[in-house]
Each structure stands twice: as structure tokens, then as C-alpha cells.
Design a protein around this ligand. Structure first.
Ligand code: NAP
Length: 199
């Protein structure tokens, strides 16, 4: 991790849960972290708790379903910190409504947060790395282990569908970066959701 000390990471969904934990670990290792979320005050609170560590956590308010918010966040990083070296696409939304009668706004939100927002972040992070000739950058996409947990077990089909889309995008990104002879690394980080009723 030493080589990342002083470098800049952008973590989406850093206000709570896994994103906040990732931000904390990176700050512990000296990374300058920019956390994106709507509840930016929670990132700012976390930042105060991390003052003893070598890195730093900044909170930038962004609704990831709005492209203009994402672009403004990248502009903020460029103006204040130079650019992005590590991108962690972590933000997620879950809905337990059924496919047969859920409101379509929930489906749009799942795809906005799990597919479109990560894609915009990847494009902007790649541009930031390329502009600064950073060839050791790292892009991490947080997925779910969907293959072992059939959607029939839980009424979160659109969640699984959108996370599978992000898996396909990640594999495509890997191939594109190879074609471009880029050394930017792409990692899928898979987490398990416990099936309902399992202890
Ligand atoms: N927890 C699990 O068991 C589990 C299992 C498998 C995979 N995962 C994946 O791991 C990731 C994190 O999960 P988690 O459990 O830590 O989730 P969480 O506690 O519900 O936190 C979700 C994060 O995403 C952000 N977010 C959601 N919608 C947003 C929007 N429109 N704009 C900006 N930020 C938004 C939230 O920030 P604001 O609400 O403040 O905006 C929050 O910081 C997700 O991708 C999830 O799918 C989790």
C-alpha cells in the first residue's frame, strides 16, 4: 500500500457502510480520499474522526443519478487535488419490490447507480489518468456474488440484473484497456448477500 500514499482515490457511496469503511482504510494508509454521496455531512463527520491518520478524507456532495453532479465532483478533484488515481465504484441501492409490480423508477435508479454512474466515473477517471500520464491507476467495481444466490431466493431481481451488467462492463473495460496498452488495473470486488432467512 505504500506506493498509494499521497495518491488520490475517489470512492462513491462513502457516507456509510462499506464505502465509509473503504475510505477509512485508505486514509489509514496515507491516501487522499474524496468520498461522494448525497449525505456529505456523514463523510465530513467521518473525516474528523480520521484526523490522526496520514491520509485525508474530503466529502463532495453528489447525487450519482445526476451526471452533472458527477462531472462537478471530478472538476472539484482536478481543481483541488490534481486528479484521480484510484476509483472505487461502491455506491449501491437495494429494493425489495417485486418485478411484477414495482414502480419503474426503482428500476431506473438501480441502473443509474449500478451501471450509468460507474460508467461515467470510469470514463472521467480514465480521462484524468490519461491527461496526467498516470499509468498505474486502479479502478475497483464493487459487485455481488450473484451466481450462488439465485434471484428467486430474494425479490431483488433488478439489483442482481444491474450488478450483472456492471460485471459485463468491467470485463469489457479490461479488454479495452489491454487494447490501449494501458497498465491501469481493473478489479472486481465481490461481496456476498446472505439469502433471506439464513443466519
Ligand atoms: N452490504 C452487503 O451485504 C453487500 C453485499 C453485496 C454487495 N454489496 C455492495 O456493496 C456496496 C456498498 O453496500 P453497503 O451495504 O455499504 O450499502 P449502504 O450501506 O446502503 O450504502 C450505500 C451508499 O451508496 C450511496 N448512494 C446510494 N444512492 C446514491 C445516490 N443516488 N447518489 C450518491 N450516493 C448514493 C449512499 O450514500 P447517500 O445515501 O448518502 O447518498 C451510501 O453511501 C453496494 O454496491 C452494494 O451493492 C453490499
Amino acid at each position: 500500500m505504500e506506493r498509494w500514499s499521497g495518491r488520490v482515490a475517489l470512492v462513491t457511496g462513502a457516507s456509510i457502510g462499506i464505502g465509509a469503511a473503504i475510505a477509512k482504510e485508505l486514509v489509514k494508509h496515507g491516501v487522499i480520499v474524496v468520498g461522494l454521496a448525497r449525505r456529505v455531512h456523514m463523510i465530513q463527520e467521518l473525516s474528523k474522526e480520521l484526523h490522526m491518520y496520514p491520509g485525508k478524507l474530503y466529502g463532495v456532495k453528489a447525487d450519482l443519478s445526476k451526471e452533472e453532479d458527477i462531472l462537478e465532483a471530478f472538476t472539484w478533484v482536478k481543481d483541488n487535488l490534481g486528479g484521480v488515481d484510484i476509483l472505487v465504484n461502491n455506491a449501491g441501492v437495494i429494493s425489495f419490490s417485486r418485478l411484477v409490480d414495482a414502480p419503474s423508477c426503482e428500476w431506473r435508479q438501480a441502473y443509474a447507480i449500478h451501471v450509468i454512474a460507474p460508467s461515467i466515473c470510469i470514463r472521467e477517471a480514465f480521462r484524468s489518468m490519461k491527461d496526467r500520464e498516470v499509468d498505474d491507476g486502479h479502478i475497483v467495481n464493487i459487485l455481488s456474488i450473484t451466481t450462488n444466490h439465485s434471484p428467486e431466493q430474494q425479490p431483488i431481481i433488478m439489483y442482481f440484473a444491474s450488478k450483472q451488467s456492471l460485471r459485463v462492463l468491467t470485463e469489457g473495460l479490461r479488454r479495452q484497456l489491454l487494447q490501449l496498452n494501458s497498465k491501469i488495473r481493473v478489479t472486481i470486488h465481490e461481496l456476498t448477500i446472505r439469502p433471506v432467512g439464513e443466519q
